[in-house]
Design a protein around this ligand. Sequence first.
Ligand SMILES: [Zn+2]
Ligand SMILES: [Zn+2]
Length: 324
Amino acid sequence: MKNKFFTSLAIGGVFGLFACQAKEVETIADTCNASLVVLGTAQDAGKPQIGNTSDPAWRSSSLIRTASSIALVNREAASYSLFDATPDVKYQMHMLEISNEVEGLHLGEIFLTHGHMGHYLGLAQFGREALNTGNGGAKSVPVYAMPKMHNFLENNGPWDLLVKLNNIDIKPLADQNTVKISDKISITPFTVPHRGEYTETVGYRLLGGGKSAVYIPDIDSWEQWDEAGTKLETVIANNNYLFLDGTFYSGDELPGRDMSKIPHPTIIHTMEMLKALDPMSRAKIRFIHLNHTNPAHDKNTNAYEDIEKSGYKVARAGERICLD
Ligand SMILES: [Zn+2]
Ligand SMILES: [Zn+2]
């Protein structure tokens, strides 16, 4: 009886997650060659988060949010670049592969931002216990990583096994060095300040031909980035779309935890800092990587309304943007 209950609960949860994610995927004109697809919008631990039993997302699959991730689809090659391998990667890849109008769409390569749980643990899905890429004729997955991340994966279990068994093939990345995916599509990593116990952290600039998007799921502060030589306002001016760290809406979301130990610019702070921006520039910005405590996950909150009224957006899983 007990087993049956847990089995049905598990299956219900899995299909609930799959159903709620998959139905949201947008399609766009088949003339678009390079399209960015949002695969997940939550902070590393997803929503609901372990231990937070009062979250209504445990009871309503439409409130589930998977960890922050995006993909860039290259229609000509029927392949896509995946940005981060999250703990939810199997749902995210499935959502993309079944929803895309490109026949035979397959994973081309993975670009990692950094070594925190929401951004690389999904690599385990490519190992011997799961997909086992690189064996039996299947191609190993190219995984682009910065030097410390590269070193971390090669020298720590279980990740070293993925390298030894040829499941993944680590490709070196360097700050500001562009990787060309095709004639038109290119990816450029850039370092950002973020607590780095094991690895550096990068954001990415995705160029799809005519348009560009910037992906920065984690950053400690815009001011620190500015001190290191990069002004957010300049990055906004030079790009068409920006997916920015929106982990916390306000500074009082985690009672009982020292928020200085988990620094992120709050959405309120970012909007205040950018208050001189014109409406067109504001409309380029989508907040992503929302913590489970962030009220902006829910459209029916003052926080969400405030963000929209101020001319910004909250990223949504399934959203698709053409970067041609
Ligand atoms: Zn994160
Ligand atoms: Zn992080």
